[in-house]
Design a protein around this ligand. Structure first.
Ligand SMILES: Cc1ncc(COP(=O)(O)O)c(C=O)c1O
Length: 382
């Protein structure tokens, strides 16, 4: 038994969020990245406290989140962040678009590394830029950034790289060495690096995650970190994300954004996020323990019941990138829905490389996970 348990299905089905309202009750929803655990108590109390105080107006500034993140970054990763280098906005997607608007001219181009979180294909166009794809490489030891192809894209004139670190959907934690190489290339070609680190607190091995801006002076010169407590503490609906810059050049970009960008942060999100960074450590530790158990359980279940599916356990996060090509399922998410009543995220949404793959969210109870794999296994013999 892990210290934290997912809520029962009856309570989950009463949630009004996307995960629980999209499909009828016979479907097990393992698609969107929401978790099934009850919230961390300090986060709940912080939000409830503001509501009880009728303190639900506009934010007055990035405090108390800036100081809370500064403390958390130091404790979790040994990363020195001055509170003055932190700005807030609505959510990470908005942060990415606004950073791209600063760094990339209209009709410029932005590099992404598929297979990747589907909105990465849409956020650059929202900032009037096009997308250049430099797929990740699958090697004998796992996935990695394709540095020679990144350099080629930079040399051809891309103005920004949108990095997913850790990488959704693979749960890949980029090595400090590869991040340093990216930073050197970014300075050589004058390319901004927007590093989306929303999954970082969900890294399983302590010390494995390296914040991009911590790797070198070059990283800080052209890089911005965008992040939020929304994935690790499951508070996407409270709308608060952070942007961190640690050079004059990138601080200027943050300060050149319209005043509405920070003003759109939710005051409830601001306080919930500060509570997560300040006091949410023990809860996160329990959640990581439950997720690590499910990460192993999924491997065992697949090996026993669906050996044709290839699964590389993620190093961070609760998303499993499953290769169904061995089963001959062209669109595994469609088959899973139709034959097994299990909702998965279709692999092709993550880029062409995702054809024959699907993403499964294992932040659920072990029973739901086992039931989902059993249903998929039954579908495979139909
Ligand atoms: C890599 C990545 N970035 C951003 C987001 C979305 O963040 P937000 O809800 O803050 O826009 C997600 C959500 O799953 C994600 O996986």
């Amino acid at each position: 038994m892990t210290k934290i348990a997912a809520e029962p299905l009856s309570a989950l089905r009463a949630r009004t969020s996307y995960k629980w309202q999209t499909y009828p009750a016979d479907v097990l929803p393992l698609f969107v990245a929401e978790m099934d655990y009850p919230l961390a108590e300090p986060v709940q109390q912080a939000i409830i406290g503001r509501v009880l105080a009728s303190d639900t107006g506009y934010i007055a500034g990035p405090e108390p989140v800036a100081a809370a993140f500064s403390g958390y970054a130091g404790r979790a990763w040994g990363w020195d962040v001055a509170a003055g280098d932190v700005r807030t906005t609505t959510d990470v997607s908005v942060a990415i678009v606004e950073c791209l608007r600063q760094a990339v001219p209209v009709d410029g181009s932005v590099v992404i590394t598929p297979p990747v979180y589907p909105p990465f294909f849409e956020l650059p166009p929202e900032a009037d830029a096009s997308v250049v794809e430099v797929p990740l490489l699958l090697t004998g030891t796992g996935w990695k950034l394709d540095l020679p192809q990144l350099e080629r894209a930079f040399a051809r004139g891309a103005e920004a790289l949108l990095l997913c670190s850790p990488h959704n959907p693979l749960g890949l934690v980029h090595s400090a060495e590869s991040l340093r190489a990216v930073a050197d290339l970014s300075v050589k070609y004058g390319v901004a690096v927007i590093s989306d680190e929303i999954h970082a607190p969900l890294t399983y091995e302590a010390g494995a995650f390296t914040p991009y801006l911590s790797v070198s002076e070059n990283a800080r010169e052209f890089g911005i970190c965008v992040t939020a407590a929304s994935k690790a503490w499951n508070i996407a609906g409270t709308k608060c994300a952070l942007m961190v810059a640690q050079s004059d050049r990138m601080r200027l970009q943050l300060d050149s954004m319209p005043a509405e960008v920070p003003a759109r942060t939710s005051i409830l999100g601001l306080h919930g996020t500060a509570a997560a960074y300040n006091d949410g450590g023990p809860w996160l530790g329990d959640v990581l323990e439950a997720l690590a158990a499910n990460r192993s359980l999924l491997g065992e279940l697949l090996a026993a019941e669906l050996p044709g599916v290839i699964y590389r356990p993620p190093s961070a996060g609760y998303l499993a990138w499953l290769d169904f090509r061995g089963l001959g399922w062209a669109d595994p998410a469609a088959v899973a829905m139709e034959r097994a009543r299990v909702a998965l995220e279709p692999g092709q949404r993550f880029g062409r490389q995702g054809t024959g793959f699907a993403r499964l969210n294992f932040a659920c109870s072990p029973e739901v996970l086992a039931e989902a794999v059993a249903r998929l296994a039954a579908a495979a013999v139909l």
